[in-house]
Ligand binder design. Structure first.
Ligand code: PEP
Ligand code: MN
Length: 337
């Protein structure tokens, strides 16, 4: 249920409504928009049948949220969510590119990539310390050692860190080192993990599941939001189709669909979508042209020696060139980079 308040509703009115909702066993979520405040009442709405809320002071109207996802829906919040971390804004006019290796492998290698992507104009560094590998015999990541290298790269370059959390048991550890918590495609419906990150005060980058529909993906985002953390970035990373020419099929249509359905920022990962480095630049340009708020791109200093995803990683030189190309596309669609 959405409770739309009158423009002149007072804080006292809001407190009173919140208290009433809690008495009814509903969870209130407040969204303060430019013009008015909206309160989402989440829970079993049947309790409202004999309890009209529209008579409470400050209430203009009460409407049901028709979508199965509530807090993340456009119905609940009209304005785009802009996530700000130390002055870096995701979801605003400026396009943000998250770049770095698939996995943190060596201290020197990570520092080299960090310096190069920083020079290319990037503000966010990615790198996995815990890797969700298809084979148990593949490199699984350096764990805390990798997180320490990320911290060192941050201290030197000022880049914000994005790294994946795979297991609720590592939450405290990963939280300590990262600025944005990545939830990987394979964990998109790990509801325990989603509930866990929903309680944290750091933004979550939620990747689309390999075979997840947009609705299922938004329901996963709702899991996080329902716990209080509404700073969620959605990341389209390609889905499973019958096509085998690329690792996955990049679903560009997800971008305009999500822009209509949700207020959350949407970014695109062309690296995992394509699986092949030379398809990454055209897909990146298309994603920005299509309305994405950012990109997540794998960059490696020596892709041929990478322990993970070398074939889809750009070398720093090519990445730098891509950033120049993207600036033009961003400008053409009224964005900056
Ligand atoms: C990654 O970002 O390195 C990764 C493992 O991605 P995904 O979860 O999308 O496969
Ligand atoms: Mn990868």
């Amino acid at each position: 249920m959405i409770i739309v308040l009158k423009p002149d509703a007072t804080q006292e009115d809001i407190d009173h409504i919140v208290e009433r909702l809690k008495e009814l066993g509903l969870t209130p979520h407040i969204s303060k928009g430019k013009e008015r405040t909206i309160i989402g009442a989440i829970g079993d709405e049947s309790v409202l049948q004999n309890q009209p809320l529209d008579i409470l002071p400050g209430v203009e109207k009460v409407m049901p949220i028709l979508k199965p996802y509530k807090l993340v829906s456009r119905e609940f919040q009209k304005e785009n969510t802009v996530i700000e971390i130390d002055g870096v804004r995701i979801g605003g006019r400026e396009i943000q590119v998250i770049a770095g290796p698939c996995s943190v492998e060596t201290r020197e290698g990570l520092l080299e990539v960090a310096r190069r992507v920083r020079r290319a104009g990037v503000k966010l560094l990615r790198g996995g310390a815990f890797k969700p590998r298809t084979s148990p015999y593949s490199f699984q990541g350096l764990g805390e050692e990798g997180l320490k290298y990320l911290a060192e790269a941050k201290a030197e370059t000022g880049l914000l860190i994005v790294t994946e959390l795979m297991d609720p048991r590592d939450t405290e550890l990963v939280y300590r080192y990262t600025d944005i918590i990545q939830i990987g495609a394979r964990n998109m419906q790990n509801f325990r993990l989603l509930t866990e990150v929903g309680k944290l005060d750091k933004p979550v980058l939620l990747k689309r599941g390999l075979s997840a529909t947009i609705k299922e993906w938004l329901m996963s985002a709702e899991y996080i939001a329902s716990q209080g953390n509404r700073r969620i970035i959605l990341c389209e990373r390609g889905i499973r189709t019958f096509e085998t020419a690329t690792r996955n099929t990049l679903d560009l249509s997800a971008i305009p669909v999500l822009k209509e359905e949700t207020h959350l920022p949407v970014i695109v990962d062309p690296s995992h979508a394509a699986g092949i480095w030379n398809y990454v630049p055209p897909l990146s340009r298309a994603a920005i042209a299509c309305g994405a708020d950012g990109l997540l791109i794998e960059v490696h200093h020596e892709p041929e020696k990478a322990l993970c995803d070398g074939s889809q990683s750009l070398k720093p030189d090519r990445f730098e060139e891509l950033m120049r190309e993207l600036r033009k596309v961003a400008e053409a669609v009224g964005r900056s980079l």
